[in-house]
Design a protein. Structure first.
Length: 301
């Protein structure tokens, strides 16, 4: 492994192996982030040794190794588990056990009732900048069965604590790119690279890219500053969730999402402005089709 990566891993593991906090230092306990909430999904050791257990394992493999196992469906450098942490198990990281029991559900994004498979297809098209597998494909079945298994014994149709990335409200002062860049260089670039390019060992990313051609595209949920701020606040820097202030999470999310990435695959008549009006004008806080420092954002790569 490259020294950069080792340093980064040491950094992320740092707080796990931290020395016990001395008595006079108890104040640190209060500021330590609370454990992620929610439901405890079953352990792998509970899986039956039959066709069902095998399909759950297949779905798990696709979820954590998506790019390598499904190259024809993935158009960037990401795996599902890069944004749904701890293999889709972690509360406040859009865990699969929080999602599965909530479908079918209406989504404003495509203005229809989505099955669970259609929801996953959305992440393939946008977050993975790829081509969604068919709803009745073996891969989709395996991914759905993996999610179903993680949700075993969870209540159905009831929103669990820890579902999604809980909203981090925008402050009255909004966000600031300059401050965001400072947060980025101080706390993120060691892993994600000075230019958001991530880090690779041979052909595989060991640290995922945040912008550029191998990142999520302009149609992905993560392109919204509010969604990225919520993800970041609860999950980054890796190993130190909850350590950024809400303001820092917004600033760094805005800095990341002012950078170019693959085009929105829904591009209307080749026009960024038409695409902005149709899909981005009412989609949270985002920069698509707007000018930042005189440069049009959303030109795509
Ligand atoms: C770039 C980050 C990213 C990647 C990669 C990604 N997703 Fe997502 N995913 C999101 C975001 C953002 C949401 C919306 C969460 C919310 O609404 O709070 C989401 C939502 C979901 C949901 C619905 C969650 C819910 O509670 O309703 C499912 C299921 C899901 N993703 C599955 C997948 C699968 C399967 C893959 C891989 C094929 C994948 N995602 C890849 C970012 C990502
Ligand atoms: C110690 C290394 C490390 C640090 C520091 C770190 N990250 Fe990450 N980040 C990761 C890893 C690894 C993943 C993928 C998680 C996984 O696969 O389990 C990730 C995932 C992400 C993702 C979603 C995946 C993608 O590529 O879009 C975003 C966004 C992100 N990080 C932003 C940040 C921001 C912002 C900071 C600084 C505040 C930061 N990270 C600091 C290692 C790090």
């Amino acid at each position: 492994m490259k020294p950069m990566i080792l340093a980064a891993l040491a950094l992320s593991l740092g707080n796990v192996h931290a020395a016990p906090i001395a008595m006079e230092d108890q104040s640190q306990l209060k500021s330590a982030p609370a454990a992620a909430p929610g439901f405890t999904p079953p352990a792998e050791s509970e899986l039956p040794d039959n066709a069902y257990g095998k399909m759950v394992r297949d779905g798990h493999a696709l979820f954590v190794d998506t790019r390598r196992l499904m190259p024809e469906y993935v158009g960037n450098g990401l795996n599902c588990s890069n944004c749904h942490l701890d293999q889709g198990r972690l509360g406040n990281s859009a865990p699969l056990w929080g999602a599965y029991p909530m479908y079918p559900a209406y989504r404003k994004k495509n203005d229809k009732v989505n099955t669970f498979a259609e929801r996953i297809q959305g992440c393939f098209q946008f977050s993975m900048n790829g081509k969604p597998p068919a709803a009745d494909s073996p891969q989709m079945t395996a991914l759905s069965v993996y999610a179903y298994w993680l949700a075993s014994k969870a209540p159905i149709g009831v929103e669990s604590a820890g579902r999604g990335y809980p909203d981090v409200p925008q402050s009255a002062e909004g966000y600031d790119f300059k401050r965001g860049e400072q947060v980025y260089q101080a706390q993120c670039s060691i892993c994600h690279g000075a230019n958001g390019e991530g880090q690779k060992v041979a052909k595989d990313y060991v640290m995922p890219p945040l912008w550029g051609k191998d990142s999520y595209n302009w149609g992905a949920g993560m392109h919204r500053i509010n969604t990225a701020a919520s993800f970041i606040k609860h999950n980054m820097p890796l190993g130190k969730p909850g350590s950024l202030s809400d303001q820092q999470a917004w600033d760094v999310a805005a800095y990341i999402n002012r950078h170019e990435r693959p085009q929105d695959p829904r591009l209307v008549d080749g026009s960024i402005e038409k695409t902005r009006l149709k899909f981005h004008a009412n989609d949270g806080v985002n920069l698509y089709g707007q000018k930042v420092d005189g440069v049009l954002v959303g030109q795509g790569l």
